[in-house]
Design a protein around this ligand. Structure first.
Ligand SMILES: Nc1nc2c(c(=O)[nH]1)N[C@H]1C(S)=C(S)[C@@H](COP(=O)(O)O)O[C@H]1N2
Ligand SMILES: [Mo]
Length: 399
């Protein structure tokens, strides 16, 4: 690549020289004053402003908050900014009193305490959790003004716990068992059914997130994490697993979390989150400082596996250029991509398109609507377009 950044670099050197000249003895004296003492538990700088956003609703216990993806770096979501979706608020659970019961079609029903679970062989995985309602605002075109509101119902954490397969083997699953029901201890007693092959494959019963205990909002002290599957099945405040000979047909897999199609029928048990990507920088609400080189960066993920490729367009999909994927590139985790864009200062339609390692390519939003209609509600994973105006203002460009 030639050196497109040269002018930008020279301008920065000029600014730095000016700043150094202003850096007088008063500033130096301040730098030498004693700082704050040590503390038992860290907080971010008071100058940082990124927050989860949530709509004001009549029942704030039964809503969602959105991760500020536009202000995110790398692939890990800080636990304090992980999106939240609660159907009946965050229960307060004493881990010393909490248990997980595994029963139903098993040889030996067992009740596990938190201490017993933590003594068992553990596993750690970096995994995204995405609500299947993420981007539902975009089914009909430009629905939300910022990437936080269009895509902020996905987050990525490092989760540690016990494999569900380990617990099921302890209990001895009977031959007739084909599904398991997972139930939470919140007021809603939210519960979802999972087919046994998934339960025995890669489902984690997690007690830790990003190196410490789960946050209460994420299910403290125990949650289910089903890699790549819709957020709703990742049951929080987990208290019960029941082996069954079919799905339990709870209200969260019948009245909710089914996807209405144009013929009036609904798709049910649409577990897998399809490959999806979005440019987080620049994104809706940003303003480009002027023509020249801009680093375009964003996130891609797939419930089917790992991201293999991301392409970027600046002309609404007429031409595409391959972005760079930043390691680590992990299955069922956010992957960060970046691309250097020399903006000519004219109106642009900026978008990313990803492909996963099964060869699945993220569809255009219009093609998804053509196939599923506009009333699916869930699983909107189409390409997100950002419109860059000549004055640098970035807005939602979904047409
Ligand atoms: N017990 C229980 N589990 C739950 C929920 C809930 O309300 N209660 N919400 C579900 C939904 S819809 C989603 S998208 C994810 C959100 O997980 P998070 O709040 O940790 O981001 O949790 C799921 N697990
Ligand atoms: Mo969700």
């Amino acid at each position: 690549m030639p050196l497109p950044t040269r002018r930008w670099f020279l301008a920065s050197v000029g600014a730095a020289t000016a700043a150094l000249a202003q850096f007088g003895s008063a500033a130096l004296a301040q730098v030498r004053a004693l700082g704050a003492p040590v503390s038992g538990y860290g907080n971010r700088s008071r100058f940082e402003r990124a927050l989860r956003l949530f709509p004001q609703t009549r029942t704030p216990e039964a809503t969602a908050s959105f991760t500020p993806l536009g202000e995110s770096f790398g692939i890990i979501t800080p636990s304090a900014l992980h999106f939240e979706r609660h159907h009946s608020g965050v229960p307060e659970i004493d881990p010393a009193a909490h248990t997980l019961m595994v029963h139903g079609l098993v040889e030996r029903p067992l009740v596990f305490s938190m201490d017993e679970l933590k003594r068992m062989p553990s596993a750690t995985r970096l995994l995204f959790i995405e609500c299947s309602g993420n981007s539902s605002s975009e089914w009909l075109g430009a629905g939300a003004p910022s990437v936080q509101r269009t895509h902020g119902l996905t987050s990525c954490s490092e989760w540690t716990g016990v494999w569900l397969s380990t617990l099921l083997r302890e209990c001895g699953v009977q031959a007739g068992a084909s599904w398991v029901l997972a139930e939470g201890a919140d007021a809603a007693r939210m519960a979802r059914s999972l087919p046994i092959p998934k339960a025995l494959d890669d489902v984690l019963i997690a007690y830790a997130q990003n190196g410490e205990a789960l946050r209460p909002e994420q299910g403290y002290p125990l949650r289910l994490v089903a890699p790549g599957w819709e957020g709703n099945v990742n049951v929080k405040w987990l208290r019960r697993i029941e082996a069954l000979d079919g799905p339990a047909m709870t209200r969260w897999e019948t009245a909710r979390y089914t996807d209405l199609t144009p013929d009036g029928k609904a798709r049910q048990f649409t577990f897998v989150m399809d490959a999806k990507s979005v440019i987080t920088d620049p994104s809706g609400g940003d303003t480009l400082r002027g023509p020249g080189v801009h680093e375009v960066s964003g996130l891609a993920w797939s419930g089917r596996g790992a991201i293999r490729r991301v392409d970027i367009t600046t002309d609404g999909g007429l031409t595409w250029s391959q972005a760079e994927l930043q390691p680590p590139i992990l299955s069922h985790a956010h992957t960060r991509f970046r691309w250097s864009w020399r903006w000519d200062g004219r109106e642009a339609l900026l978008a990313s398109r990803c492909e996963d390692d099964t060869g699945y390519v993220q569809p255009r939003r219009q093609d998804l609507v053509k196939e599923r209609g506009a009333n699916s509600g869930y699983h909107q994973h189409g390409i997100q377009v950002w419109k860059v105006a000549a004055n640098g203002a970035v807005t939602n460009g979904n047409g």
